[in-house]
Design a protein around this ligand. Structure first.
Ligand code: GRF
Length: 218
């Protein structure tokens, strides 16, 4: 394990290191693991972290033999203390990019700053429409005919921050929240992997620690 040091020197050339944060079933995480395993994505998954015990996402990570940790939200008296503990734990893996992949907690501005603004989030709707924990349900309830998924640089708001990529998904007349979410997740996995691949080779600009954006590969 590397020492805690935050984003690495830009002169470093090696696979982009990511820490993936999950709360649920971790199907997006699994897609990333598979892409790395099959040599389709040249990134290093330094660790997978969760905010709760016993989720399928954690199991998937352990099954893949990845470094896995839980910073349990409910074990801390305040959100600030949980956030600080999460920040330190994630920082200990010195990630280039932190990926919120179905991570159902808002992190602080301090967390995001610690990782140079390189906090990637995936959301199952076409932001800025339908942010929040029920993006699929809300889109369906509104009656939109097209929704989709978004990968973006997250700030400390709820599903806000610069959009990197989006993919549209048509809503079918007989869709339920579950059926629609499943189709969105198919698009979401591809989008996330594509964004990570493009980031890793410098095709997409990443926030840099001086507050700007840079396009060099990791
Ligand atoms: C994804 O659709 C994500 O965007 C949303 O929750 C879902 C997580 O799915 N926030 P999984 O845990 O990757 O299966």
């Amino acid at each position: 394990m590397k020492a805690a040091e935050g984003p690495r020197d830009l002169a470093y050339r090696g696979p982009m290191r990511i820490v993936v944060l999950v709360s649920g079933t971790g199907s997006n995480l699994q897609a990333v693991i598979d892409a790395v395993t099959h040599g389709e994505l040249d990134v290093e998954i330094a660790a997978v972290g969760a905010d709760r015990e016993g989720t399928y996402g954690v199991e998937r990570s352990e099954d893949a033999g990845l470094e896995t940790f839980v910073v349990n939200f409910n074990s801390f008296p305040t959100r600030a203390e949980w956030d600080a503990a999460l920040t330190e734990r994630v920082a200990s893996y010195a990630p280039d990019v932190v990926v919120s992949s179905g991570f159902m907690r808002i992190v602080s501005a301090d967390f995001i700053e610690r990782f140079g603004g390189r906090y990637l989030n995936t959301h199952p709707a076409l932001l800025p429409a339908f942010p929040g924990a029920h993006g699929v349900r809300d889109a369906l309830a509104y009656g939109v005919k097209v929704t989709g998924c978004t990968v973006h640089w997250a700030d400390a708001g709820v599903d806000t921050g610069p959009i990197i990529a989006q993919e549209a998904v048509v809503v079918e007349a007989d869709d339920t929240e579950e059926s629609l979410h499943e189709r969105i997740k198919v698009a979401e996995r591809k989008l996330l992997i594509d964004v990570l691949r493009r980031l890793a080779v410098g095709e997409i600009a990443a926030p840099s620690s001086d507050g700007g954006m840079r396009t060099s590969a990791f």
